[in-house]
Design a protein around this ligand. Structure first.
Ligand code: PGA
Length: 248
């Protein structure tokens, strides 16, 4: 049985007060979640939010990490720093990091390796642009993204891996992929994982991200190869986020 997961990526939103209020509203519902729940606040608030979540089932992950271990890298944050404040995992390869900050496969491979060696959970994001989807190249894109990064590493701690399929054209656009499109891609990703890792890949969760909302999450989560979601915009609204969690 694969794990079920819903994660909220707050991106560069909310100040200290707003972040604390948001997490407290999620905690205070006192609901028993039917899946694992992760939230990803901004770097400056990770420490505070991790302490607030310490005795709750909610896990806290960072939105990014440096590919370097330590040293003269102004503005960067290392795996060790994040571990020392109780962060459980990292989102690696988000399309905003790839596109806006130019993170390429080589950098992503180093980040993945760094996280795996340090036993941190990784949400590894992959997904095609609209242009490549319109050319029918989505499978090729996904395969290349995996071959050039994750699959190129001789060892990866698969117990700590979550794949997030996030078609770039569906992120923050209000235009989610249809459940047929999502199922097709997740099934394809599962085939690739199986070819690379064999049986041990069977338990790797694959979550969907891209304009997930309470009114489309149930449909998408009901696809056989979808194990949950990575939620951006809707995770900033506690009610919407909790409704998405309940729909799994
Ligand atoms: P969105 O973002 O839900 O706002 O589309 C998803 C993501 O970027 O992970």
């Amino acid at each position: 049985m694969r794990r079920k997961i819903v994660a909220g990526n707050w991106k560069m939103n909310k100040d200290m007060k707003g972040s604390v209020e948001l997490v407290k509203e999620i905690i205070q519902t006192n609901k028993l979640f039917g899946c694992e729940v992760y939230i990803s606040p901004s770097f400056p608030f990770l420490n505070e939010i991790s302490s607030i979540c310490e005795l709750t089932p909610i896990k806290v992950i960072a939105q990014n990490v440096s590919e370097k271990s330590q040293g003269a890298f102004t503005g960067e944050v290392s795996v060790d720093m994040l571990k020392s404040i109780g962060v459980d995992g990292i989102i690696v390869g988000h399309s905003e990091r790839r596109k806006i900050y130019g993170e390429n496969d080589e950098v992503l491979r180093m980040k993945l390796d760094n996280c795996s060696k340090n036993n941190l959970e990784v949400f590894f994001c992959i997904g095609e642009t609209l242009e490549l989807r319109e050319k029918g190249k989505q499978n090729e894109v996904i395969e290349n993204q995996l071959n050039n990064t994750l699959f190129d590493l001789p060892d990866f701690n698969l117990d700590k891996l979550v794949i997030a399929y996030e078609p770039v054209w569906a992120i923050g656009t209000g235009k989610n992929a249809s459940s047929e499109q999502v199922q097709e891609m997740h099934q394809y990703i599962r085939t690739l994982l199986n070819l690379r890792y064999g049986k041990s890949s069977d338990s790797i969760p694959i979550v969907y991200g891209g304009s997930l909302k309470p009114d489309n999450s149930k449909n998408i989560f009901s696809c056989p190869d979808v194990d949950g979601g990575l939620v951006g915009g809707a995770s900033l609204n506690p009610k919407a986020f909790l409704d998405i969690i309940s729909s799994i």
